[in-house]
Write a protein that binds this ligand. Structure first.
Ligand code: ATP
Length: 334
């Protein structure tokens, strides 16, 4: 029996995390969920965005499945997602982008993984207002954080037998910050002579990805570029409803979809549950439950390929619940 923190989040979070729970339950894996919540709904009720019990649960269990959390726009609210990643040093944001065979997308066989630095860059949250008419944001790049994300990406490439890693940067303009990041990745690359390092400037990367994504296998980049490229890459394989993610540190890991809380479809039983279900599969892989993780992935792929019970974002008419039920049916029959 595993003890795992579950943070339902807000917007579509409660609907999709509930779907992921049901899917895991159908595999027979026993999880004692420690359910704690953060975000807008909690703020309305308790006046705090992240109650202490969330931190206590994360520190006790060291592993969590998390729904999206909305950060209210405006002064005084720091992003909860960013705060959790920084507080627990979850330095690798790992986002696998993989085509599902049989779906109609401009590209077939896209298979790449983004390693996004998760603790600094332009997400350091340091903004100033030097005058009434100007604002500034501070981008922080450190050697220690750049080296550790580079090492994580190269280790992954070796484990998965990948031949290439693309470092995405803007060092031609941001000579000190992105320059340092690039130098760190080059330094780590020296230890891996069998892996080709592709150095790509971020604007060119956007064009390359939409013209020929197959030239990339692993992408390592700074926080903001990683965030933007993740959504771009999601678009290559069918949209945000399909792309899972993990925030991994030395001591603690939080698994969550790439998508946000999608307020436009929240509470309508319309959200595609695949992204969080695949995030749950990543979590099971992390726990060493590889066969069960694979079963979940195959079941979700089958539902999408059959196309009978898919949500609107994939061109279907089914609800979140119907799509989830179909995945569960496949788990029973595979
Ligand atoms: P954030 O800034 O919080 O990361 P975002 O800007 O990426 O959020 P989302 O909330 O992810 O925005 O939503 C972007 C669009 O994608 C919305 O139109 C939303 O409805 C759609 N979308 C996101 N997730 C899903 C999902 N699981 N199923 C269907 N549509 C989704």
């Amino acid at each position: 029996m595993y003890k795992i923190t579950l943070i339902p989040g807000d917007g579509i979070g409660p609907e999709v995390t509930n779907a992921a729970r049901k899917v895991i339950e159908a595999t027979g894996i026993k999880i004692d969920w420690d359910i704690v919540n953060a975000g807008l709904d909690v703020y309305k009720e308790k006046g705090v965005l992240v109650p202490d019990e969330v931190y206590e649960s994360l520190e006790k269990n060291k592993i969590a499945l998390k729904g999206p959390i909305t950060t209210p726009i405006g002064k005084g609210f720091r992003s909860i997602n960013v705060s959790l990643r920084k507080k627990y040093n979850l330095f690798s944001n790992v986002r696998p982008i993989k085509s599902i065979p049989g779906t109609s997308n401009p590209f077939k066989n896209v298979d790449l993984v983004i390693f996004r630095e998760n603790t600094e860059g332009l997400y350091s949250g340091i903004e100033n207002k030097p005058s009434e008419d100007s604002s500034e944001a501070i981008k922080i790049i450190t050697k220690v954080a750049s080296l550790r994300i580079a090492k994580a990406a190269f280790k992954y490439a070796v484990k998965k037998n990948k031949k290439r890693i693309a470092v995405v940067h803007k060092a031609n303009i941001l000579k000190l910050t992105d320059g340092l990041f690039l130098d760190c990745v080059r330094e780590v690359a020296k230890d891996y002579p069998n892996i080709i390092l592709q150095e790509v400037i971020v604007d060119n990367m956007c064009m390359q990805l939409v013209m020929n994504p197959h030239q990339f296998e692993v992408i390592v980049t700074t926080n903001l570029y990683g965030d933007i490229l993740s959504d771009l890459c999601a678009g290559l394989v069918g949209g945000l409803g399909l792309v899972p993610g993990a925030n991994i540190g030395d001591d603690l890991a939080i698994f969550e979809a790439v998508h946000g809380s999608a307020p436009d479809i929240a509470g309508k039983n319309m959200a595609n549950p695949t992204a969080i279900i695949l995030s749950a599969a990543m979590m099971l892989n992390h726990l060493g439950e590889t066969q069960t993780a694979d079963l979940i992935i195959q079941a979700a792929i089958k539902t999408i390929q059959e196309g009978k019970f898919i949500t609107r974002d994939l061109g279907g008419l089914s609800s979140t619940d119907e799509m989830t039920e179909s995945i569960i049916e496949n788990i029973k029959n595979l």
